[in-house]
Design a protein around this ligand. Structure first.
Ligand SMILES: Cc1ncc(COP(=O)(O)O)c(C=O)c1O
Length: 382
């Protein structure tokens, strides 16, 4: 498989040659902890112990690297385990990071409650405002600039190429959490980012049945550092989890097309609804990041947030009234989900500069029949 192949071809075949022993067209689940050595140090295919390497995980990592146009992907037991590995591999006590002022609540908690205890400082800045990011950088001390684009749950858009230039001018690395877009819609490494982060739990897995995370890089030195820490820290995915994620990846492209198409129908309905005061979606021409999104994304994704007339209780009421949109955390699965970020996914940011508005509702628009989704929302909005 080479990069000259199309995205869907890579999703189905990269890292997934038919099994040499049996011809099985799908990589087997190597449910194994250790491997026979042919004499001391005589490893077959480089495998010695499944924390260090497992063939099912290798298949997943090769496929993700191909889809993100990277040279190396590393997978983890969760998105946060991937983020933790990244921070501990690349930063030390005394280092500083610039993080988005609308970061995913769990990412914020990792910086605020875990990394801070180990002596790492952070400054929240609006990733869509290059001057704000520049001002937040501490020359010589800032090691990473972090961005999520589109962001969770406010759907903010950051200009990846411009942020990469700002970070690199300061000698820092640009990390992009590409969970919301998925590599089908956006490939940050090609735009200058140094490291891509994924919660593969979301669109990549795509079926709400497995938790996982990934880091992807182009640079060989970074790949070496992260590979060392992946093994030294050990938060790797189980073979079955790697297999489930790989199965999800095969349909990523077709799923994303439907997620995007359904989201556009939902956005259209919300935009006309009297009980909705604002719709947050990068595909809207009035969205502050629309032009950047057009430049760096293939389409605008399946995540939609909106603000409800009547405030927090009204927003909670909408979340409680949908039937097809399931009330639950997470996103990116085939089924539509609804949630109240302030009380659910982003509760850990309450009282911080990253607190989200109480009247906000977040939708993960699934791939069901769009008419059914619209009817459900219309009923819930009243
Ligand atoms: C944008 C984003 N990044 C990272 C994560 C963390 O991933 P995980 O839940 O797989 O640990 C999430 C989880 O919701 C997320 O939405």
């Amino acid at each position: 498989m080479t990069q000259s192949h199309g995205f869907e071809t890579l999703a189905i075949h990269a890292g997934q040659e038919p099994d040499p022993l049996t011809g099985a067209v799908v990589p087997p689940i190597y449910q194994v902890s250790t491997y026979k050595q042919d004499g001391v140090g005589g490893l077959r295919g480089g495998y010695e112990y499944s924390r260090s390497g497992n063939p099912t995980r290798t298949a997943l990592e090769e496929c993700i690297a191909a889809l993100e146009d990277g040279t190396k992907a590393l997978t983890f037991a969760s998105g946060l385990a991937a983020e933790d590995c990244l921070l501990r591999a690349l930063c030390a006590p005394g280092d500083h990071a610039v993080i988005p002022d609308d970061a995913y609540g769990g990412t914020y908690r990792l910086f605020a409650k875990v990394a801070a205890r180990w002596g790492m400082a952070y400054t929240p800045a609006h990733a869509g405002d290059l001057d704000a990011v520049r001002a937040a950088i501490r020359p010589g001390v800032t090691k990473i600039v972090w961005c999520e684009t589109p962001s969770n749950p406010l759907l903010g858009v950051a200009d990846i190429a411009a942020l990469a230039a700002v970070a690199h001018d300061a000698g820092a690395l640009l990390v992009v959490d590409n969970t919301f877009a998925s590599p089908y819609l956006q490939q940050p490494l090609g735009l200058g980012a140094d490291i891509v982060v994924h919660s593969t739990t979301k669109y990549m897995g795509g079926h709400s049945d497995v938790i996982g995370g990934a880091l992807v890089v182009k640079d060989a030195g970074l790949a070496g550092e992260l590979t060392f820490h992946q093994n030294a820290m050990g938060a790797v995915p189980a073979p079955f989890d790697a297999w489930l994620t790989l199965r999800g990846l095969k349909t990523l492209g077709v799923r994303m097309d439907r997620h995007c198409a359904n989201a556009e129908r939902v956005v259209d309905l919300l935009g006309r609804h009297p009980n909705v005061t604002e719709v947050l979606y990068p595909g809207l021409p009035g969205h502050a990041g629309h032009d950047v999104a057009v430049k760096q994304m293939k389409a605008f994704g399946g995540m939609v947030s909106f603000r409800v007339r009547g405030g927090e209780e009204a927003a909670v009421g909408v979340c409680n009234r949908t039937e097809l949109f399931i009330l639950g955390e997470s996103l990116g699965g085939v089924e539509s989900l609804i949630e109240h970020p302030g009380r659910m996914t982003h509760a850990s940011a309450a009282g911080s500069p990253l607190e989200v508005p109480g009247d906000l509702v977040r939708l993960s628009v699934g791939i069901e029949s769009a008419d059914d989704l619209l009817a459900d929302l219309e009923r819930a909005l009243g």
